[in-house]
Ligand binder design. Structure first.
Ligand code: FAD
Length: 355
C-alpha cells in the first residue's frame, strides 16, 4: 500500500511523541510509524527495578506534567510507560503500530519511506528511533572463549535470574550502578569500571543535569564560552536503591579486567574471578540503519546536523539520539525543545514549498 503524509515521524517513543505534539500544534499533517506493538518505546523493555534519575515533574514531555508516582520520588518504568501511553491518547497522536521502517530514500520532491507495511511519501521526515536497539559491546580479548552467560543491559530483567550466581557487571554509568545495586544482595557481585565510579552528590539528581545542559545551551546560543557539559558533575545519580547498596558497602568497584577466559575474567596481574554471568552495561549507539540509503553518515558514524536538521538533507530531522541533536535531547524533559524547533523548521519548509 502507498500512503502520503506531509511528515513521517519514525519512532513512537518519547522523542517521536514530542515531535507529534508540536507538529499537531502547527496544524501539520503527519503520521508516526513505530516498530513496537504497544506504546512506551524503549521503556517497555527496561529491567524491572529501573528508576528514573529525575523526579516525575522533571521527566515531562511538552504540554503535560508527568504525575507523581505514589511513594516513589523517582518513578519506575511502568509509570513512564503509562505516562507515554496516556500522552499519545490525550493528544490523539496518529501512531501506526507495528510498522518497521526499512529505508528512507530520496524520491524527487519527496522522501520515500519504505516499511514492512507499505510505502509512505512525505515532504519531510523526523527520525526518532532511539539507541536501545543498538547495544554497544566493547572488544575485549577472549570474549568468544567465555563459557558462561553474557548479556547486555537491554537483556537484563530481574536479579531473580541470577540468584546465588557469580556475576560481573561491567560499566561506570547509571545502568551499571543500578543493575549492580539490584544484584548486590543475592549474588556474588563483581562490579568493574574503567575508572573509579563518579557519583553525583547525594542531593543532586537529573534536575541538575538538565539545568547544566540548559545553561550550556544558553551560553552557546548567546556566543559565550562553553560552560562545559554535564560530565563535570559525575556519572552516577545516587537514586535511593544505589545509595542504599553503596552505603551498605555492597558497591565496591574493581578496575576493568584485561580479558575473558573460559571460566571467568582475568586482570592484567593474572588475578581471576570465576564467573557465571557477565552483564555488559556498556552503552548504546544511535539506531540509524534505516537512513543508510540517504548516505549521510560521516566521521564516527554520526550524521552532521544543524540543530536537528541533517546538513546534507534538509528534509530530514534527527531527534533524541544525544547532544549532537540538541542538548539533553535524549531525555524526557530535554526532548521538548528540539522537537519544537524541528516542527517549526519543517513548517517553514512546507510553507516555502507551497509559495
Ligand atoms: P526509544 O524510547 O528507543 O523509542 C524509539 C522508538 O522507535 C521505539 O519504539 C522503537 O521501536 C522505534 N523504532 C526504532 N527503529 C525503528 C524503525 N526502523 N522503524 C520504526 N520504528 C522504529 N532519560 C530520562 O529523561 N530520565 C532517565 O531517568 C533516563 N534513564 C535512562 C536509563 C536507561 C537505562 C537508558 C538506556 C536511557 C535512559 N534515559 C533517561 C534516556 C532516554 O530517556 C531513553 O533512552 C528513551 O527511551 C529515549 O527515547 P526515544 O524516544 O529517543 O527512543
Amino acid at each position: 500500500m502507498t500512503h502520503t503524509s506531509q511528515v513521517v515521524v519514525i519512532g513512537g517513543g518519547q522523542a517521536g511523541l514530542a515531535a507529534g505534539y508540536h507538529l499537531r500544534r502547527l496544524g501539520i499533517d503527519f503520521v508516526i510509524l513505530d516498530a513496537q506493538t504497544t506504546p512506551g518505546g524503549a521503556w517497555q523493555h527496561a529491567w524491572d527495578s529501573l528508576r528514573l534519575f529525575s523526579p516525575a515533574a522533571y521527566s515531562s514531555l511538552p504540554g503535560r506534567l508527568m504525575p507523581q508516582q505514589p511513594g516513589e520520588p523517582y518513578p519506575d518504568v511502568q509509570h513512564v510507560v503509562q505516562y507515554l501511553a496516556d500522552y499519545e491518547k490525550r493528544y490523539e497522536l496518529p501512531v501506526e503500530r507495528p510498522v518497521g521502517v526499512l529505508g528512507v530514500h530520496r524520491d524527487g520532491q519527496h522522501l520515500r519511506v519504505e516499511t514492512d507495511s507499505g510505502t509512505w511519501h512525505a515532504r519531510a521526515v523526523i527520525s526518532a528511533t532511539g539507541t536501545w536497539w543498538r547495544p554497544f559491546l566493547p572488544a575485549v580479548p577472549g570474549r568468544a572463549d567465555f563459557e558462561g552467560r553474557q548479556l547486555h543491559t537491554v537483556e537484563y530483567g530481574t536479579s531473580n535470574d541470577f540468584s546465588g550466581q557469580r556475576v560481573v557487571v561491567v560499566g561506570g554509568g547509571n545502568s551499571a550502578a543500578q543493575i549492580a545495586a539490584d544484584l548486590a544482595y543475592d549474588t556474588q557481585l563483581t562490579w568493574v569500571t574503567q575508572r573509579p565510579p563518579r557519583y553525583l552528590a547525594d542531593d543532586i539528581d537529573g534536575r541538575a543535569l538538565f539545568d547544566t545542559a540548559t545553561a550550556r545551551r544558553r551560553a552557546l546560543d548567546e556566543g559565550r564560552t562553553d560552560t562545559g557539559g554535564v560530565a563535570s558533575l559525575g556519572d552516577i545519580v545516587a537514586v535511593p536503591p544505589v545509595r542504599e547498596a553503596r552505603d551498605r558497602g555492597l558497591l565496591k568497584a574493581s578496575p576493568m579486567f584485561s580479558r575473558l577466559v573460559p571460566g571467568g575474567v582475568e586482570w592484567a596481574d593474572g588475578t581471576r574471578a570465576e564467573t557465571d554471568a557477565i552483564i555488559w552495561c556498556t552503552g548504546f549507539r544511535p539506531t540509524l540503519s534505516h537512513l543508510a540509503p540517504l548516505q549521510l553518515r560521516g566521521l564516527r558514524g554520526h550524521i552532521a546536523t544543524e540543530g536537528t536538521r541533517a546538513v546534507d538533507e534538509p528534509r530530514l530531522h534527527l531527534l533524541g539520539y544525544g547532544d549532537w541533536t540538541g542538548p539533553a535531547s535524549a531525555t524526557l524533559i530535554g526532548v521538548g525543545r528540539p522537537a519544537r524547533e524541528a516542527a517549526r523548521e519543517i513548517s517553514a519548509l512546507l510553507t516555502a514549498g507551497t509559495t
